[in-house]
Design a protein around this ligand. Structure first.
Ligand SMILES: NC(=O)c1ccc[n+]([C@@H]2O[C@H](COP(=O)([O-])OP(=O)(O)OC[C@H]3O[C@@H](n4cnc5c(N)ncnc54)[C@H](OP(=O)(O)O)[C@@H]3O)[C@@H](O)[C@H]2O)c1
Length: 305
């Protein structure tokens, strides 16, 4: 497979837009928008895949409104459970490889240590249940898949905790942030960078064993751990270091318990993902989460100017 044909779904999202930039020059990329390829429309989805005849499909599209999903289970399952299965079936019949993203929300967060790929999933919310069903549908339909499991994603495009905190820090005198859920903030740029390594691995040759080391589920996260509260403090400190004019003072960023911040969907207390498997498979050097956060603030500042 010298010049792979790559079908990218979800190009407007955090991960999808970072991927679009990184994939340039790596193959022939087709990136339909949601109107042209709606995950909820199975016939359209199949037609697009059959029309493009890709060697590699990257599915960065998903229903990601975690709280809204509690009332929208049907729509969430169509996008996050049924569609990935359909994509995987089409990939299998074309002999294409599928790269897909899963979530830390497949776990209940009760484990003390970081989650391993093979730990028993037990999602606490509709979104997590739908994503888990999607992972299983893919595994059942094709061996030629890489499922990259990520959590706490932020990036320049789209909505995320980091952007919300920075906006609120400019508007408010006080912020109350959950301090008893831990994870590792994961940059969409980093996910895209690692995804291109996986693409290269799949594209290296087309034989039956091609991409063998890329098959299966892989956790991906930067190193380190932090609570939402400490993450917010670090975001605000870094933005101030870059000269952002923010109203909030650090001592007014108040740590609270999850019970004091009710959301429609329950979230795991522990979102940490063990990355040993992906580091070994792709010979990755994984930096601390603060490294990407600094780059993000610098880039966000440059975009705003
Ligand atoms: N965000 C996180 O913290 C997080 C955590 C763990 C795992 N993940 C997973 O990582 C992957 C990428 O997430 P992200 O944060 O980049 O998502 P995102 O920013 O919310 O973007 C989602 C993308 O999916 C598209 N999309 C949504 N519904 C669709 C539909 N019915 N048909 C076609 N396209 C549709 C959106 O298109 P429009 O812009 O047109 O709506 C957008 O391009 C997803 O699989 C997600 O489940 C994310």
């Amino acid at each position: 497979m010298t010049v792979p044909r790559i079908l990218l779904l979800g190009k407007s999202g955090q991960v999808g837009s970072a991927l679009q930039v990184r994939l340039a020059g790596r193959g022939e990329t087709f990136a339909p928008d949601r109107d042209a390829c709606d995950l909820a429309n199975v016939d359209q989805l199949r037609d697009v895949i059959r029309g493009v005849q890709p060697n590699i499909i990257i599915n960065a599209a998903a229903y990601t409104a975690v709280d809204r999903a509690e009332d929208d289970a049907d729509i969430c399952f169509r996008a996050n459970a049924i569609a990935p299965g359909v994509i995987a079936e089409e990939a299998e019949s074309l002999g294409a490889r599928l790269i897909h993203y899963s979530t830390d929300y497949v776990f209940d967060g009760a484990k003390e240590a970081a989650y391993l790929e093979e730990d028993m999933p037990s999602p606490l919310n509709v979104y997590g249940r739908a994503k888990l069903a999607g992972d299983r549908a893919i595994s059942a339909a094709t061996d030629n898949h890489t499922i990259v499991r990520v959590g706490w994603v932020y990036g320049l495009a789209g909505h995320n905790f980091a952007k919300t905190i920075l906006r609120l820090a400019a508007e408010r005198d006080e912020l109350r942030i959950v301090d008893d859920q831990v994870g590792a903030p994961t940059s969409a740029e980093f996910i895209a960078e690692v995804t291109t390594r996986i693409v290269d691995c799949w594209a290296r040759d087309a034989g039956p064993n091609a991409g063998k080391e890329a098959r299966g589920v892989f956790n991906l996260a930067p190193s380190g751990r932090v609570s939402w509260h400490s993450y917010a403090v670090e975001l605000i400190r870094e933005a101030k270091r870059h000269g952002w004019s923010l109203r909030i003072e650090e001592d007014r960023i108040i740590p609270i318990a999850s019970e004091q911040y009710r959301t429609a969907a329950a979230r795991p207390k522990n979102s940490l993902l063990d990355t040993r498997k992906i580091r070994q498979a792709f010979d990755l050097d994984i930096p601390a989460w603060q490294v990407h956060l600094k780059q993000f603030i610098a880039e966000l500042g440059a975009h705003a100017r």
